[in-house]
Write a protein that binds this ligand. Structure first.
Ligand SMILES: Cc1cc2nc3c(=O)[nH]c(=O)nc-3n(C[C@H](O)[C@H](O)[C@H](O)COP(=O)(O)OP(=O)(O)OC[C@H]3O[C@@H](n4cnc5c(N)ncnc54)[C@H](O)[C@@H]3O)c2cc1C
Ligand code: FES
Length: 277
């Protein structure tokens, strides 16, 4: 179990796709849910969203950006190697409803998280418009899959190397100005989700976001993933990871994500030096 069956490099190798054997998880997983993986006995527990599942083949697909020691270790694993453990499916699945027109806004590796949700929203009969973005053309992922999952796809790059020259929020504004939108789903870096929510608040359009808070146990016991939503403390692992974006304290989330930056850098430097597993 948990064998790597497929490994593909995306976004110039800075993002890696692994298809893994995990039949029990594949049989139960729903859009919006995630898994926690550990490469080996001394490995950290890393939360990643399932970008796709195939219950017939018993596989789960994860797509991750290489940002620190653990994701670098994952990226070094080859086809045929196995993760020590994978737990899931975790978190509440996305509430899939027919609301008419939905705009799905994905940024960076957030597009991987968005993909199964977009497919499910289309299957539920919504008219789905997707807007995906990246800093530059070479970092864009899953364009073809998002095209197939949506009725209409718009691509944006910060540097103008492909599609619209500008942020995903520019295209979102065009949609909100020109049509009746029932729901916006925004998934990507914290600043992107924050600005998507600021915009949709003005148009009074319900907005879901998926929060990438730091997680350890994934069961609601350790408190690491706590976020403030409205005036309540919620645990992203069991109460989320999706929340009403208009209620999320994004500034607190950004601060909490930086809490271990110094230790993360030390761990990465040590890994690069020793290439220790
Ligand atoms: C529910 C959920 C789903 C996620 N899905 C995806 C996904 O599909 N693809 C993807 O690329 N990333 C995803 N992430 C983020 C991913 O878990 C982190 O990038 C990863 O844990 C970083 O580990 P690292 O050791 O490589 O980097 P580190 O050196 O530990 O950290 C680098 C950065 O990653 C963030 N981070 C560190 N540890 C965690 C943690 N345990 N949880 C969340 N963020 C952390 C910190 O902000 C830090 O700045 C998800 C996070 C959550 C909570
Ligand atoms: S990860 Fe421990 S409470 Fe959520």
């Amino acid at each position: 179990m948990f064998e790597i069956l497929k490994r593909t490099e995306m976004a110039q190798g800075s993002v890696v796709l692994n298809e893994l054997s995990a039949p029990q998880i594949a049989a139960k997983a729903l859009p919006g849910q995630f898994v926690i993986l550990r490469a080996n006995e001394t490995g950290e527990r890393i939360p990643l969203t399932m970008a796709d599942t195939n219950p017939e083949r018993g596989t789960v697909t994860i797509i991750y950006q290489v940002v620190g020691k653990s994701t670098a270790l994952f990226a070094d694993m080859k086809v045929g190697e196995r993760f020590l453990d994978i737990i899931g499916p975790l978190g509440k699945p996305t509430k899939i409803e027919n609301v008419g027109t939905v705009v799905c806004v994905g940024g960076g590796t957030g597009v991987a998280v968005m993909h199964p949700i977009t497919k499910a929203l289309k299957q539920a009969g919504n008219h789905v418009i997707s807007i995906i973005g990246s800093r530059t053309k070479d970092l864009l992922i899953l364009e073809d899959k998002m095209k197939a999952a949506s009725h209409d796809l718009h691509v944006c790059t910060d540097d103008g190397s492909y599609g619209h020259h500008g942020f995903v929020t520019d295209k979102l504004k065009e949609m909100l100005d020109s049509m009746d939108v029932g729901l916006v789903v925004g998934i990507g870096p914290v600043p992107m989700m924050k600005f998507v929510c600021k915009m949709t608040e003005q148009y009074k359009v319900k907005t879901l976001v998926s929060l990438n808070s730091i997680m350890v146990d994934g069961t609601g016991m350790c408190g690491c993933c706590r976020v403030t939503v409205g005036d309540q403390t919620r645990f992203a692992c069991v109460d989320g990871p999706e929340f009403d974006g208009h209620q999320v304290d994004f500034n607190e989330l950004a601060t909490r994500l930086q809490a271990y930056t110094q230790f993360e850098k030390q761990a990465m430097d040590k890994y690069k030096c020793e290439c220790q597993r």
